[in-house]
Design a protein around this ligand. Structure first.
Ligand SMILES: Nc1ncnc2c1ncn2[C@@H]1O[C@H](COP(=O)(O)OP(=O)(O)O)[C@@H](O)[C@H]1O
Ligand SMILES: [Mg+2]
Length: 220
């Protein structure tokens, strides 16, 4: 379902070239939940950015649902991402001037999904936020913001969810509640999950855990 083939990615840092991936190969099946662990700076966020197509590899290819990124134009890749991928970030990344309902509806509008409002209300209800529809992000707690972000990531029924330390900024109890919700919803939809986390407990909820080390993914 997701294949990374001979990925190479380096960054320019001043006059230096820093290699993040030299020859990364990886494979995730449909509906699989995969945790990625690894030290800060090991390239976890870079990996998710490559999978999402937000950044391009220096060479190699990413294939999601038989679509090779190499063959897509920029605009096609943007459309492909909007339709197929959902994101949950550590810092929520909600739009500050949109209320909870509008934030959740945003990806649905980009994809042209019909009745986005109904679906958004349903999702916000399922994450326990039906009483917070018209609250702005600044009027929500951290856990509530992350639950809005989860609803937003799922509104367009993406094939895959990329989550970058989604409970990293939450206290333990809130983090567990948020992860419970995320796992419940992706199981209902058989959504594939790639989850970056520093927590062994969170990783244990996934079928496979890999450690990103020296640019390779080692099965734990
Ligand atoms: N846009 C960039 N330009 C230059 N270096 C970068 C850029 N993004 C990330 N890096 C570097 O790449 C390495 C991996 O970063 P990142 O993928 O964010 O790691 P992680 O998410 O595992 O902490 C780090 O050393 C970081 O400083
Ligand atoms: Mg990171």
């Amino acid at each position: 379902m997701l294949k990374l083939e001979s990925l190479k990615k380096s960054y320019e840092q001043g006059s230096q070239k820093v290699d993040i991936f030299e020859n990364l190969n990886f494979h995730v099946e449909v509906g699989q939940r995969v945790a990625i662990m690894g030290k800060s700076g090991s390239g976890k966020s870079t990996l998710l950015s490559l999978i999402s197509g937000i950044i391009k590899p220096d060479s190699g290819d990413i294939i999601l649902n038989s679509t090779s990124y190499k063959n897509l134009k920029e605009s096609e890749l943007n459309d492909f991402r909007a339709t197929n991928i959902g994101f949950v970030f550590q810092n929520f990344h909600l739009v500050s001037y949109l209320n909870a309902l509008e934030n959740v509806m945003l990806p649905a509008k980009v994809c042209g999904i019909s009745n986005p409002k109904e679906k958004a209300i349903e999702l916000l209800k399922s994450v326990g936020l039906s009483h917070r529809l018209d609250h702005l992000p600044s009027q929500l707690s951290g856990g509530e913001k992350q639950r809005v972000a989860i609803a937003r990531a799922l509104i367009h029924n993406p094939k895959i969810i990329l989550a970058d330390e989604p409970s990293g900024n939450l206290d333990e109890e809130t983090g567990i509640a948020v992860m419970d919700k995320l796992f419940e919803l992706i199981e209902q939809n058989n959504t594939t999950l790639i989850l970056v986390t520093h927590s062994k407990d969170v990783a244990n909820r996934c079928e496979k855990t890999y450690e990103l080390i020296h640019g390779n993914l080692a099965l734990c």
